[in-house]
Design a protein around this ligand. Structure first.
Ligand code: SIN
Length: 311
């Protein structure tokens, strides 16, 4: 019998789970405790794990259906198509396409009609210093606003635009054009009701261009204020990685950011799964149906770089 224990690692969010080895079968009872803790603490850390791609995918899939990277020509771990490599290690002799993923505050795939439910990252190699990940609690960000501001935001919708992904422009014009074609701007409520906890969370991040009904000029100061407010240190947790950590988080109620503060000649190498969330929101321009990748029409190298931007 396992003796799971859960201790908070941050005041705002984050907890560490001990007493479990995920390479062994996890009972329904243990999984239920972990799932409840995940909903309560938003980010969980399970240290000292040694998981291969199949084991990571098997555990992640207990939270729901996983994104499938097999037709996205992104570097995925050969043993399981649900596992993507988040790495700066060159792949097949070429620079990794995920070397700078997630380097602004965001919630995974909020620029899509099916934003990610949860993300699962297992650290296999890390730089000697840096390469941390930051998280901020969007329940607290919402609850700490004035009643008037909450009321205003409750009636507001935000336009999420994938072209605001940090570092996108470094990818080259062909990749940027294809990525934008596949990901036209979408509209989501500015405040999201979590489907499991029923709590309201701010759903605005650095990939929001404007609010519906407000001009870009009117929206900008509010987006800036909310982005700054929501990632205040008092709502945040910083994860300092150790090899063997599995860290998994709930994208429906937090934002996160990979900090690119490490020596690029050192390796940061992670396995990553992404859980598919609910179908959510609508297209800003209904005529701009999200296109699907057209193999053959687009060079394979462009397709691969576009797929690697899915975070
Ligand atoms: C991400 O999923 O945004 C990447 C997180 C990280 O690499 O720290």
């Amino acid at each position: 019998m396992t003796t799971i224990s859960i201790q908070r690692v941050g005041y705002a969010l984050g907890a560490r789970v001990t007493g479990i080895d995920l390479s062994q079968p996890v009972s329904e009872a243990d999984f239920a405790r972990i799932h409840d803790a995940w909903l309560e603490h938003q980010v969980l850390v399970i240290a000292d794990q040694r998981l291969g791609p199949r084991e990571l995918a098997a555990f992640s899939a207990r939270f729901g259906e996983l994104d499938d990277f097999s037709n996205q020509s992104v570097h995925h771990a050969a043993e399981d198509r649900h596992v993507m490599l988040l790495t700066n290690r060159p792949q097949d002799g070429k620079p990794s396409k995920t070397f700078n993923a997630g380097q602004n505050w965001h919630t995974d795939q909020s620029y899509s009609l099916r934003p990610s439910k949860g993300t699962f990252v297992h650290c296999l190699e890390k730089p000697s210093v840096g390469g941390d990940t930051l998280f901020a609690n969007m329940y607290l960000a919402y609850e700490s606003l004035s009643p008037k501001m909450r009321e205003f935001l409750d009636g507001l919708e935000a336009v999420h635009d994938a072209s605001l992904i940090e570092g996108l422009e470094k990818r080259g014009p062909e990749v940027v054009a294809e990525f934008k074609r596949l990901n036209p701007p979408v509209i989501h409520p500015a405040v999201r009701v979590h489907p499991d906890t029923g709590r309201r969370a701010l759903y605005v991040n650095e990939r929001v261009r404007q609010f519906v009904g407000l001009t870009e000029a009117e929206s900008k100061p509010l987006v800036q204020f909310l982005c700054q407010h929501s990632v205040s240190p008092r709502f945040s947790y910083r994860h300092y990685w150790s090899v063997g950590d599995l860290v998994f988080w709930d994208n429906r109620c937090l934002v996160h950011m990979a900090v690119g503060d490490y020596d690029p000649s050192e390796i940061r190498h992670m396995l990553r799964c992404s859980g598919l969330g609910d179908h959510y929101g609508r297209l800003r321009d209904p005529a701009a149906q999200p296109a699907t990748a057209t193999p053959g029409a687009t060079a394979a190298s462009v397709q691969a770089q576009v797929a690697a931007l899915r975070d």
